[in-house]
Structures are given as C-alpha cells and as structure tokens.
Design a protein around this ligand. Structure first.
Ligand code: PEP
Length: 258
C-alpha cells in the first residue's frame, strides 16, 4: 500500500494574524478529525514557517502535520538577494518543499533545469521535494500533453539515482485546472497518473514506481476529492484554495475511501 498524502499550498495568502488563526484552527481540526493514516503537509509562505512549526507541535512535541516551503533557491548560499536556501529551510525543521509549481514556471522563469537544481539541493538537505508537473490547456488541446509531462519528468527528475528518486513526491497539476474551479475529471487525472507511473517504472523499475506518491492538484474540493482519490494511481492531493479553509482541508484529508 502506498502512503496517502494531502498537502496544502497557501500560496501568497494571509497576513501574520490571519495565518496564526488558520494554523490554530488547522491544528484543532486535523488533530480532532483527520484520518491518522494520511500524511498531511501545510506549505505556508516562508515568513510563517517558524510560527507554523511552533503552533503545530502537540504536547508530546510531535507535529500534528508536517510543514513545507513553497519554493527554494537553485543556489546553495551567497549573494542572491531575496532567495531562501534549502539549508535554511532544513535548519528550521520544515520537511517538504514544493518545486516546479506552474505559477513559478509562468511568473518566475522556473524551468526543468532549475527544478533539477532545486531537487538536488533539497535532497542534499534531507528535505522531501514535491515536484509539480502539468500541461497547459493549449498543450492538452494540441494532443501533446503526454510529451510535455514526459519532458518535465525526464529533464527535472530522471537524472536522479534510484535511491534519491525514492524520496520524491510528484504532483500532477494540469495548469488549466489550477485556481480555475475546473477540476480534471477522474478519468483525465487517472490517465495521466497511470502514465506518470509507467514512466517511473520504465526508468526505475516496478518497486519504486509502485511506491512513489503521485498527487493530483487543480481545483480539488471536498466534493471532487473522494472520487479522484479513489482512482488507483492517485495517492492524494496538492490543494491550493481549499487549503485556506480548515474545514474544507480536513474534509479533503478525509476523502480517502469515501
Ligand atoms: C495549487 O496551487 O497547487 C493548486 C492546486 O491550487 P488550487 O487547488 O487552488 O487549484
């Protein structure tokens, strides 16, 4: 059985007080209501990571959920004003980091080459990369969706040694579904997840392919999550908008097996 996994990507939302309120609420609902067999990750903006880690620690000093960053620098350290390094994220005791999100690709020049550099640095610092891939609507309509995903995986990830690849989480996020309210159908999502797993199997073998978590992302809601998560190759979700409401997020976490 593969791990079930739900990650929330807050993007650039909430001020300090609002973030604190949401984290307090999330800790309450996740500890009281969330299925214990699901790995839950919350990825707030960098400036709230320390607060998130403080708030989400329970009485036994265990984290109610894990904390991740939304991006990382492709450089190790030095004169890169405004950048945040993998070492910095790891030293705060966050555990995950999103890489290659379509918004970073679109607005900040992220490429498969920078994805590959960032993944290397995250792994060197024992952080788990959540690597996003996805096609645009135009690419889907032109019938090149599978080629696009294959290139993103090949250039961004398939240089890794099998041992390193086994620490990767993949998120399939069709660009046309992100923040648009247009969720991929179960069939569209499963078709791509299955294809991604077949590429991993071709490159790394059956065992690693079987174990790699592949998440779906793109307007996933408490309504759409149950049937998406019931697909054989969908292991959970990367959730944007719906992760900003504690009740919606916990409903999505509890969507497995519904
Ligand atoms: C995302 O940003 O990763 C995402 C999936 O956003 P949304 O759920 O809002 O579409």
């Amino acid at each position: 059985m593969r791990k079930k996994f739900v990650a929330g990507n807050w993007k650039m939302n909430k001020n300090f007080q609002q973030a604190e309120e949401l984290l307090d609420e999330l800790v309450d609902v996740v500890s009281a209501k969330a299925a214990p067999d699901v790995d839950v990750v919350v990825c707030p903006p960098f400036v709230f990571i320390e607060m998130a880690l403080d708030i989400c620690r329970d009485e036994q000093s265990r984290n109610v959920f894990s904390i991740g960053a939304q991006d990382v620098s492709a450089y190790t350290s030095g004169a890169y004003t405004g950048e945040v390094s993998a070492e910095m994220i790891a030293s705060m005791e966050a555990e995950y980091c999103i890489v290659g999100h379509s918004e970073r690709r679109k607005y900040h020049g992220e490429t498969d080459t920078t994805v590959a550099q960032k993944v290397e640095l995250l792994l060197q610092n024992s952080l788990t990369p959540i690597v996003c891939v996805g096609e645009t609507l135009e690419e889907r309509e032109n019938g090149v969706l599978f080629d696009v995903i294959k290139t993103q995986l090949t250039d961004g990830l398939f240089h890794l040694q099998p041992m390193d690849f086994s620490h990767i989480v993949i998120a399939y996020e069709p660009v046309w579904a992100i923040g648009t309210g247009k969720t991929a159908t179960d069939k569209q999502a499963e078709e791509m997840h299955k294809y991604i797993r077949s590429l991993i199997e071709e490159k790394y073998g059956k065992e690693i392919a079987r174990k790699t978590p592949i998440l779906y992302g793109g307007s996933c809601t408490p309504q759409t999550a149950p049937s998406l998560f019931a697909q054989p190759d969908i292991d959970g979700g990367l959730i944007g908008g719906a992760s900003l409401k504690a009740d919606d997020f916990v409903s999505i976490i509890n969507s497995f097996g519904k």
